[in-house]
Design a protein. Structure first.
Length: 174
């Protein structure tokens, strides 16, 4: 008779996300997740093939969480930028993980849907993808620099974000 399952994939992924935020990617190990879930590490292999699969599952959960947050946001680039930035601050390590090879492309495509729709509303369908890429590149770069503490020249970073967002939107608006 098979032994009963002591943990679920969802519990493993939730534990992985928590460990990632606490300890960074180096701390996200099968052993750390097993301890968090209250099982022995070999038990995880029933659900997760290896550490790469664990990273992919955690990345997918992070991206899906972001996609849900963006989908629940007002359909404007300004509101989406604020949601995106807030999400990154709440999930800094997960945000960084989204930009690695671990993040599944289909999940990333799903997360892009609200940005594409809001971009189309501003510039039309023909240029929506270009606008979405410009907007996303700026927002992602700004947030990555912000999380890394790279804005060291003084000034108010909140005002800089608002200024940059306004200039991007002004540039996109016909």
């Amino acid at each position: 008779m098979p032994t009963p399952d002591r943990t679920s994939l969802a519990e493993i992924v939730d534990a992985g996300r928590a460990i990632l935020e606490e300890s960074g990617p180096a701390g996200l190990t099968m052993q750390a997740v097993a301890i968090r879930c209250g099982v022995r590490a070999p038990s995880l292999y029933k659900r997760i093939r290896d550490r790469d699969a664990l990273l992919a599952a955690v990345a997918e959960a992070v991206v899906n969480d972001l996609a849900d947050r963006l989908a629940d946001t007002e359909n404007s680039l300004s509101a989406l930028a604020e949601t995106y930035r807030a999400f990154a601050h709440e999930n800094a390590e997960g945000f960084r993980l989204m930009f690695t090879a671990s993040a599944p492309l289909d999940a990333l495509d799903h997360a892009a849907t609200p940005v594409l729709a809001a971009s189309a509303a501003v510039v039309g369908d023909v240029d929506a993808l270009h606008a979405a890429r410009l907007f996303t590149a700026w927002a992602t770069g700004f947030v990555h620099m912000e999380l890394a503490g790279a804005f060291r020249l003084g000034g108010d970073v909140e005002q800089a974000f608002t200024y940059g967002l306004r200039k991007i939107l002004d540039g996109l608006t016909p």
